[in-house]
Design a protein around this ligand. Sequence first.
Ligand code: GLA
Length: 686
Amino acid sequence: MENVLKKYEAVQMGVCYYPEHWDEALWEKDAAKMAETGVKVVRVGEFAWSRMEPTDGVFEFDWLDRAIDLFGRYGLDVVIGTPTHTPPRWLTTKHPDILPVMANGDLYQPGVRGHRCFNSRSLRSYGERLIDRLAQRYSRHPAVIGWQIDNEYGMLDSRGEQAAADFRDWLYRKYGTLERLNREWGTVVWSGEYSEWSEIVPPPASHRNENPSFLLDFARFQWDSVAQFQAWQIAAIRRHCPEHFITHNFHSYPQRLNMTEVGRGLDVAAFDYYPNTSPDKVTTGPYSGALSLDLTRGIKRRNFWIMEQLSGSPGSWFPMWRMPQPGYIRAFAWQAIARGADTVVHFRWRSANIGAEQFWHGLIDHSNVPGRRLKEFADLSAEVNRLAPKLAGTRPLVRAAILHSYEQLEALRIQAQAPGMDYYENIKAYHRALTKLGIGCDVIDAESADGLEAYDLVVAPHLYVLHEETAERLSRYAASGGTLLLTSRTGVKNSENVCVMTPLPGLLTECAGVTVREYDPLGEDVARLDTEEGGQFACSQWADILEPDDRAEVIARYGSEFFAGEAAVTRYPFGQGETYYLGTHPEESYLRQLFTQIAEAKNIPYFPELPMGVQVSLRGGGASGEPAYLFVLNLSREDKEVKLDLRADGRLRHLDGLNSLLGGGRTDRRLKLRPYGVEVLEYRPD
Ligand code: GLA
């Protein structure tokens, strides 16, 4: 076990490989080249059901044995994907209930992938039979270290008969009686009361304006369905492979899936990271990427894997994006490691010559002639392998957290609050403002994350559906000395997605020290926000007109509209801590100013002068006196000069003379980074 654990926590590089796509004569050359390139891990198998079980009950694993043996001979570890993402045609023909019924009523046909209904019983029985055999066969194979369950769950909103029956069961377990369900959901509106359980059917796509309590419960039911679909697969693997780790590759955020809930069954979370190479995304992409990485780390609140990482120009699903320019592959792999990825697996070893994804490029082109990208990847692997012993066991060191919530994501999708007001985009805005100041943060689940006392600052945007337990946890955090930042649209709904009959922010009113007297959904209209020091900023989306408690300090007021002069942002001393309330969505420069003030007041170290596109993160063991590693990444197309000035404890510290682990030598106070340049500096925080 220790051995396997070590491998799963090791900082290393991997690749995705599909032996079933290539002539077997190529395999050995590929394995040899992988080893020579510094690769340590290979992921295989996640779509290969039709080769593992070509017809009902006939299993063929010899080909997979040969591939895995070969990787083992070249010193490569293997992660096997369970192939439930792509049930074979013979199976879907025999059991059409495997195919998901989509929101528009269509049956999602085989041919692309992901044609599997999470609630299908046939998929479960055939899937368990196959996975049981797979797990048994490879439980003792020395090269196999872990498993990936399925592939990129995503939500197809399956609404087939089985899903409908499971939904009714789920509701029955939650509410017990129809009377209670009718009451909690408020179905009296529009004569929507149910008198038989059978009247409850999944919502069709055209019913966007259905009862929001019903819609939110349907989403929660779907999250549970995915978690259960995963649970039977995990059980089948654990029966035979108690020493292997189990993961899943999440993708494309925001994902309509409760990743925290799904992540509970996993040992380690993984993410598929394709930083967008399009010119219109080069500035914003690295910041949303940073959020995706932090969010993935938040799933298990520990380091994670990248199971697919950009290796070439993506295409096939759309006209191709730009080819990653020199340094891009390296820089974004380092960004992932800087934010807590341990193993980074690149997708894919070689571009496919067959099938639908021929233009989603791998490290090697169709010609099989090793080129620039493979060379860059090999150099990167050499660097990673060199630094791995130092980075092993380290994790991002942060003092702030953003609370992210699947409940809010879904509830605010069901009932959009104002034009241009988007939950995930706003999470991005807070995260980006912190990232631009070099303030590392965890992004963790609002509804379940405990241990908040570890953070000096907790940013909790839009807790619109507010559970009592969440409100209590946050109040306790502030009362015991934390700095809590709340925003508009907090405490609006109870757990059943029903508006509360109390002034907002509802259950957090006492902790916030303000009430919302009136609100104006500004949408895309821009209002003015005036700080008490005379600064003027733009704000939009929403305006809460605040009624501050006597002890609350007003730190910004509206400067325009009929509510000019009214309180917009407040700070309230609460217990031993404090609560900020932002009644509007300010432009980024205001957030920057506010976070700077908070960082100063709470002694949170930050970099006042990071240039646009440059990100820093700190990874270490956390013990004082131990070295930590400061990653400085130029994720832009321009040369950047970075002043390594860190503000902490009220003074400016110049981080010069640090030992550079990539470039060699010692750094100057002004670090020059080429486009997509990376530095890893040894640093002793004190
Ligand atoms: C996802 C899948 C891969 C591949 C890539 C590229 O990340 O998991 O199998 O299809 O997308 O499209």
